[in-house]
Design a protein around this ligand. Structure first.
Ligand code: SF4
Length: 278
């Protein structure tokens, strides 16, 4: 059976907040029984865009992670909430029943992804519904996927085999797979959020020119795991490294002595200027 999935490309999100605002436009002040009562005017972020700085000046990048409810197939919220208050629809969407869940603030703490909010006025826990009321009306988009100007958010109707193929073809990942919650929200380019880079700026000592074309290679336990070429400013980024590892960075260019250093990588790191000598 085909079910709904969201595919979110971290590299395409530019933090414009159109998705966040579309969610507000849809749900603030509007009841959609049997799926949700009105979202309050403030305090809720059913589509929460998280933000992270990577690196240090001047080699800095930013990453944005749009985070709705992940509509998990093995949902901890369903497991840990009072029976019947949260349920999964046959099409994959996870719904907090606004009637049965009334008066149960403890539901907020059952989600390890922290996407459930408490509505004090209605006395009910709330979250992204996957726009279930629109899906029931035949929509093929959620409000967030419909408005995203960079097409960072896609709503995909697929069976398990089709999703497995898409995951393999596009290198999709889920958030915190160690939870084994089986989210139905998949991320592309998630390394921009979960992994780290080593960056630097290469300079040729004899000409004082930017080290365009120099190679920067990163190895772990003697095995090369990443390599890139410095751009016309001499800058390079070797990305996708697991934080916490001890890496060896080697910078080389034809006609120059190579430079090596070993780095304990807690987070994305700009090693600064690397001056290559003839
Ligand atoms: Fe439940 Fe949280 Fe998973 Fe959504 S992301 S289904 S609220 S456990």
């Amino acid at each position: 059976m085909k079910k709904w999935n969201l595919v979110i490309d971290v590299d395409r999100c530019m933090d414009c907040n159109d998705c966040f605002l579309a969610d507000k436009d849809e749900f603030t002040g509007n009841d959609f029984p049997p799926y949700s009562v009105a979202q309050p005017w403030s305090g809720h972020r059913w589509m929460n865009i998280m933000r992270k700085e990577r690196g240090q000046y001047p080699l800095v990048q930013v990453a944005y992670l749009p985070t709705p409810c992940l509509h998990c197939d093995d949902a901890p919220c369903i497991r840990d909430s009072p029976p019947g208050t949260i349920y999964k629809r046959a099409d994959g969407l996870v719904i907090i029943d606004p009637v049965k869940a009334e008066g149960h603030p403890e539901i907020v703490n059952t989600c390890p992804y922290e996407v459930i909010y408490w509505n004090e006025e209605a006395r009910v826990a709330q979250k992204c519904t996957g726009c279930a009321h629109l899906i029931d009306d035949g929509w093929l988009n959620t409000r967030c996927s419909q408005v995203c100007p960079t097409e960072a958010i896609r709503l995909v109707l697929a069976d398990d085999a089709e999703m497995t193929s898409l995951v393999a073809a596009e290198g999709l990942e889920v958030l915190r797979p160690e939870l084994a919650a089986k989210p139905r929200v998949y991320y592309k380019n998630l390394h921009l959020w979960t992994k780290a880079f080593i960056a630097g700026s290469v300079v040729f000592s004899d000409t004082d020119e930017c080290g365009e074309g120099a190679t920067a290679a990163v190895s772990l336990d003697g095995q090369k795991i990443g390599e890139t070429t410095a751009d016309n400013y001499g800058d390079f980024y070797v990305d996708g490294l697991e934080p916490g590892g001890e890496y060896t960075l080697t910078v080389a260019a034809a006609g120059y002595a190579s430079l090596s250093q070993t780095l304990k990588l807690a987070q994305s790191l700009n090693v600064g200027r690397l001056v290559l000598q003839r």
